[in-house]
Design a protein around this ligand. Sequence first.
Ligand SMILES: *Cc1c(COP(=O)(O)O)cnc(C)c1O
Length: 393
Amino acid sequence: MKIYLDNSATTPLNPHVLEAMLPFFTDKFGNASSIHSYGREANRAVSEAREIIAECINARPSEIYFTSGGTESDNWALKGAVYVSKNKYKHIITTQIEHPAILNTCAELEKQNVEITYMNPSNEGMINPKELSNLFTENTILTSIMFANNEIGTLQPIKEAARICREQSVLFHTDAVQAMDSQKIDVKELGIDMLSMSAHKFYGPKGIGVLFVKTGSRLGKLINGGEQERGLRAGTTPTPLIVGMAKALEISVRDREKNNQRILRLRNIFIDRVLSEIPYVYLNGNRENRLPNNVNLSFAFIEGESVLMRLDLAGIAVSSGSACASGSLEASHVILSLGVKEELAHSTIRFSLGVDTTEQQMDYVFNVLKKTVDDLRRMSPLYDYEKGIGSYV
Ligand SMILES: *Cc1c(COP(=O)(O)O)cnc(C)c1O
């Protein structure tokens, strides 16, 4: 049995998306900037895709800029705001729980003397937008708060944060990469100035994303070159990827309610079972206010990596901490920011369900997980198996 529960790392390509993309790899290979019929054909497909994507978030087509993905969109939003600002001193507000695409961009900007303030979340992973008012300085140019966290799935109060920023004439950016698939996102209604998305998190292809930039928001360039994307983002237009992204988003929006309901039910049954049938397990992040497909659990007295490898042997793919942190042995910055102790943070596993997840799969996963935790605790020096208690030394 092969079970994929790592949909927050990436999602499988929807077969209808592949079908929509294929002609643009073969017959319709033209450069969308060319004047001849090949070019016009590609250009038409890109325009249509831009319209579809704009409509999905209630933006204008001219506010959609194609990028290479979520990472580039995040880099562009932050660096672009810094490059265009005439302030002598520049200040950005963000959170401790952002994706590395934001946090490492901030670290780079700090080296260039940009001041960064990192808001900390509550112990349930929520950012309090009311704290923003005390953080603005005369130099604040941008606030960036993620729509939904990629590790613990918590949804942030984006509308209120955007409103508070607007009152101070501070640009508001949100990394909506994790939220796109399951959340209804209306950039007008939410008052968002900039938004990042990435196709491979909603069953589209890898290597393509969008930065939405509201008309009138000033933004410097990240990539110099040709005149693509109204002169703001150079590079030959990747027509097949753009067509695929639009198709994927269209399907995601169409099936959203149905998928959310089904996945939420499977997710909640799983959380209830784990919390009631496996001792010393802690759910990270607010129970209600989270993505419908996210489960993030810490299993005291054992290592997350050991759980991950055992599940992998049983055909189950999950993630320990964030995918990006798991190459190193450092505990996840997100889990630590909740106030979880280092040892417990090391025992964290993220299960992210997807459109292909079934009830039978989740039953199997629960059974394997229960046995795995049991086996590993038997071997753990931190756990007295006979007494059923443990302690961290
Ligand atoms: C995956 C992810 C990114 C990076 O997107 P890529 O398209 O893989 O570069 C950025 N932010 C969040 C929250 C993500 O989950």
